[in-house]
Design a protein around this ligand. Sequence first.
Ligand code: NAD
Length: 335
Amino acid sequence: MKALVTGALGLVGSEAVRYYLNNACEVIGVDNDMRKHFFGEDASVAKNKIDHGNYRHFGVDISKIEGLFENEKPDVIIHAAAQPSHDYSAQNPLLDFGINAYSTLMLLEMARKHTPAAVFIYLSTNKVYGDRPNEFDFQEFDTRYSIPRQSKAVTASTLGFNESLSIDFTTHSPFGVSKLAGDLYAQEYARYFGLKTGIFRCGCITGARHAGAELHGFLSYMVKCKKENKLYTVYGYKGKQVRDQLHASDLVRAIDCFVRNPKPGEVYNMGGGRQCNVSILEAFDMLKMKKWEYVGTPRKGDHKWYISDTKKFENDFPEWKRRYTLYSIFGDLMG
Ligand SMILES: NC(=O)c1ccc[n+]([C@@H]2O[C@H](COP(=O)([O-])OP(=O)(O)OC[C@H]3O[C@@H](n4cnc5c(N)ncnc54)[C@H](O)[C@@H]3O)[C@@H](O)[C@H]2O)c1
């Protein structure tokens, strides 16, 4: 099998590269270290490049790879390259659109033209739901917000948010909109053109290879601040905002379940779920973090509480189980 991974040096892409190499596949990676361009030298992903007999790397922009599709005709495309930050997208909406929306459409079109039987995975985000999750009633506890177990909220099951959450009439940020465009195009290329696309709407994904930056990758960045004794800034919600956490290797194993048994055009919420989530205050406690400051205003559109309901995926792929717990994720990040 031949896999093409975009964003091959990033958190998810680098995990996918290693996973498919370990499974005796030929892997082609594309990544031009745009993450350094977005977030600075500290966020460079160059260190994640791997030397392996079955791996070829192309340090080019994802909009310039038609030749790869034409010559290589990959069986699997894992599209993990993206501009990943809300705040960056607000400053650079055109660049954000070009990468997340336009280039995704180009890649789908390249797949349709040159390798239409391939499985195409699109890494989407829970930000496609905008700030809709903030409309629910949350209970406030000492260290976190929580959604009542008996919540009458029709789209929030007791497990978290499922795929029926509306995407309309909410604040997404330009990033949320450009990712949603890619998400809808990936769905449409299955429905309209018959491509085997799979869409994973992720909560927080993390792991040791995440090049955490203040604008993206909160847990990885917090651990970096702890290790380097740098000040960490909390924006709003008293630090009680909750996120589920999924290790990138668990995500890639989920992706591979889909690759082996594709359900074209399906959309799955994907994350750590009820068993693996943490608030900022709780993460501080686990890390014994002393050096932090609080800014009262939350980031625009930031979720107060988000836990993914992954039941739909687990029903379709019962063989998938998370291997990482919150504690082993912290262990991996601390190194
Ligand atoms: N990490 C998370 O918490 C999270 C959550 C939800 C969704 N996602 C999605 O998962 C995917 C992977 O995220 P990640 O955490 O691995 O991000 P990442 O920033 O670690 O990796 C993305 C990679 O894409 C590369 N890239 C960006 N633009 C490029 C371009 N034009 N040409 C070539 N390479 C380019 C970057 O250099 C980077 O290495 C993204 O689509 C992201 O939106 C991630």
